[in-house]
Design a binder for this molecule. Structure first.
Ligand SMILES: NC(=O)c1ccc[n+]([C@@H]2O[C@H](COP(=O)([O-])OP(=O)(O)OC[C@H]3O[C@@H](n4cnc5c(N)ncnc54)[C@H](OP(=O)(O)O)[C@@H]3O)[C@@H](O)[C@H]2O)c1
Length: 241
């Protein structure tokens, strides 16, 4: 059976490693990014699709195209997310006075709403014979694990994402049966997203995107598929909600 994989946020550090991991294992990869394809995206087994503005209309249009081409997806990894944005002057908040409407809006729009809209539409093109949808979340989105505070927008937007995934998993299971949704904490990974925050991270705890992609694929294959929704970390350990 063909293994069709969709990776959203394709230009990102973890997404790029996942694309390589899946395509070199023989999967057919659909890679979606805001960015236009470049020469380096021209890879065997990969079709690259640009959606510059990821809203309901454009995501719906892309998923409809897949359906019209009779594409059935087995695995989806939505990597979309941001922690800081230098252009817009958005940095994780240290204290309440740092919280702003603009930053909160941006965090929720990218980290919660875009992945949720993908889940809304993808239910129509997932395989009924075993499919898995993963959203890259973060441990800091765990409500029960929050001892440190701070990072209001990022934490709250990842917690909202987790709630959407968990809620959607109930309906996905009802509609597709053999399906599993996963919120995944990749650990601290050496990408643009974590760059400004790496100096206090021990070298052995700063993972390469390649290691991260291998761990993710490995842990997905070991999860209990009877359980509709999981929240796990890079080591395969359960993260409490
Ligand atoms: N790196 C870490 O240490 C770490 C730790 C915990 C969790 N995570 C999570 O892992 C995921 C991937 O992170 P990464 O480290 O690979 O970061 P990255 O290299 O910055 O990739 C994130 C991708 O998200 C997409 N994105 C960002 N802003 C967007 C926007 N406004 N609209 C639509 N798409 C947008 C972009 O994809 P396109 O431009 O290609 O569309 C971007 O390449 C994120 O969800 C992040 O929160 C990362």
């Amino acid at each position: 059976m063909e293994n069709n994989v969709l990776i959203v946020g394709a230009s990102g550090g973890i997404a790029s490693a996942l694309i390589e991991q899946y395509r070199s294992a023989g999967a057919k990869v659909f890679a979606v990014s805001r960015a236009a394809a470049s020469e380096s995206n021209n890879l065997e087994n990969v079709s690259y699709h640009q959606i510059s503005e990821q809203n309901d209309k454009h995501i719906c249009g892309f998923v409809k195209q897949l359906a019209e081409q009779d594409v059935v997806l087995n695995t989806v990894v939505i990597t979309t997310g941001f922690l800081h944005n230098e252009n817009d002057g958005i940095h994780p908040e240290k204290r309440l006075e740092d919280v702003s409407e603009e930053a909160l809006t941006a965090y929720f729009a990218t980290n919660s709403i875009i992945p949720s809209i993908w889940l809304k539409h993808l239910v129509n093109v997932m395989s009924k014979e075993g499919s898995t949808l993963v959203c890259l979340s973060a441990r800091v989105g765990s409500i029960s694990d929050n001892g440190l505070g701070g990072w209001y927008g990022y934490r709250a937007s990842k917690a909202a994402l987790n709630m959407f995934v968990k809620t959607a998993s109930v309906e996905y299971k009802r509609r597709l049966k053999d399906v599993m949704l996963v919120c995944y904490h990749p650990g601290t990974v050496d990408t643009g997203l974590s760059k400004p925050f790496q100096k206090n991270v021990a070298a052995k705890k700063l993972f390469t995107p390649e290691f991260t992609a291998k761990q993710l694929v490995h842990h997905l294959s070991a999860l209990d598929r009877e359980q509709a929704c999981h929240f796990i970390d890079w080591n395969g350990e359960v993260v409490t909600w």
